[in-house]
Design a protein around this ligand. Structure first.
Ligand SMILES: NC(=O)c1ccc[n+]([C@@H]2O[C@H](COP(=O)([O-])OP(=O)(O)OC[C@H]3O[C@@H](n4cnc5c(N)ncnc54)[C@H](O)[C@@H]3O)[C@@H](O)[C@H]2O)c1
Ligand SMILES: [Zn+2]
Length: 341
């Protein structure tokens, strides 16, 4: 359900869902301060017995130690198979609380209440839940679908602008990969988007969620068409890794979208005018498009699984064919990537 103002009275439309239930809200330290009490009051008014657990805000909470501590709290408080877990927060809370819900008592129903744009258009849709491992991000997890996702675009008003832009990078990715009309809209309304016009944002979120959900339904376990959603992420992930995660995900994806469209143009897969349109839209949304200086080129190449020593090396990419269309599994020769650096 996607609706401005929904959050203020989240539990109200679903009395039967909450009534008499034990509800465990998992959130982070920032979101708890902003919205925790409002949600708890709303649940109490619906005769739910509700508890709130919170973790420190930030990616460093998405790990096995924090997940285990949450599981311990939930067990101590008597969680049962018919209890409900509510993930209230950004993608970190959604992935972590979803992972806890998937594993505790072999699976307890959970509901996503995403409060960042990234979480609203990306992480809350598709059922990927998980935690990080010292050997890499998101390496431990499961596919576990939420029972419901409640999206209130109004909560984005309190989001720091950098976090808002992170989400815009994912919205552009979804549009440019899957839907030329949505891309046209973003192109013509870029200024109003940066001003966070709520009706416009609501429309974009509805469309982005629908597009992602369609792809996910066609390929729930990420073995085929879902790979389209990796557009911009091959270079993006390599940038994050080579910068030791100093470059934020949204910025890395924006640069990745621009760089990969450049590769697609050079490989004669994409018309230069389409590549230019994409870069213009990213800039209009105040997202970065230029490759930064990479201090560890070896790290960058190894993140792409390219071994510099062997000849004729290539990496598999999702590349743009046109606005709204992609090719998956394209072999990109290493020299095109070296050109970028
Ligand atoms: N499961 C998936 O398919 C999927 C997809 C994309 C990203 N992810 C994961 O999502 C995570 C990133 O998510 P994120 O970008 O939402 O980061 P995040 O959850 O860390 O949130 C960013 C910051 O915004 C704060 N915040 C959240 N909502 C707020 C609000 N309404 N007002 C003010 N502050 C608010 C948070 O406390 C945090 O400090 C990563 O761990 C990534 O791996 C998962
Ligand atoms: Zn992403």
């Amino acid at each position: 359900m996607i609706m401005p103002g929904l959050f203020g009275d989240l539990a109200a439309p679903r009395t039967h869902q909450w009534k008499g239930k034990d509800v465990f809200v998992i959130t982070d330290s920032h979101v708890r301060t902003l919205y925790g009490q409002q949600l708890m009051r709303s649940l109490a008014a619906q005769d739910a017995r509700a508890w709130m657990l919170h973790v420190p805000a930030g990616e460093h909470s998405k790990n096995a130690r924090v997940a285990f501590a949450l599981q311990t709290h939930l067990l101590e408080k008597g969680i049962r198979r018919d209890s409900i877990i509510v993930a209230l927060g950004g993608g970190v809370v959604g992935d972590l609380a979803g992972y806890v819900a998937a594993t505790i008592l072999r699976g307890v129903k959970y509901i996503q209440v995403p409060t960042t744009l990234v979480a609203q258009v990306d992480s809350s849709v598709g059922g990927k839940v998980g935690i990080d491992h010292p050997l890499g991000k998101n390496l431990i997890g499961a596919f576990y679908q939420p029972a419901a996702v409640y999206i209130d675009p109004e909560v984005l008003a309190t989001l720091p602008v950098e976090e808002f832009r992170n989400g815009l990078a994912e919205v552009v990715k979804i549009a440019v990969a899957l839907d030329a009309k949505l891309f046209d809209k973003i192109e013509s309304q870029a200024r109003r988007i940066t001003q966070q016009n709520v009706p416009l944002l609501t429309d974009l979120i509805v469309q982005a969620v629908r597009l992602k959900a369609d792809v996910v339904m066609a390929d729930a376990f990420d073995s085929g068409v879902r790979k389209m959603l990796n557009l911009g992420h091959t270079i993006g992930h390599a940038l994050e890794a080579a910068s030791n995660f100093k470059i934020k995900h949204g910025a890395a994806v924006a640069i990745g979208l621009a760089a990969e469209s450049g590769i697609a143009v050079r490989m004669s897969l994409l018309d230069r005018r389409d590549g230019d349109r994409l870069i213009k839209v990213l800039r209009a949304l105040r997202l970065p498009t230029k490759m930064p200086r990479i201090s560890s080129k070896a790290k960058f190449m190894s993140a792409l699984s390219i071994d510099k020593k062997s000849e004729g090396n290539s990496a598999k990419f999702v590349l743009l064919k046109a606005i709204g269309q992609t090719s998956i599994g394209v072999d990109v020769p290493a020299r095109f990537i070296e050109e970028l650096l």
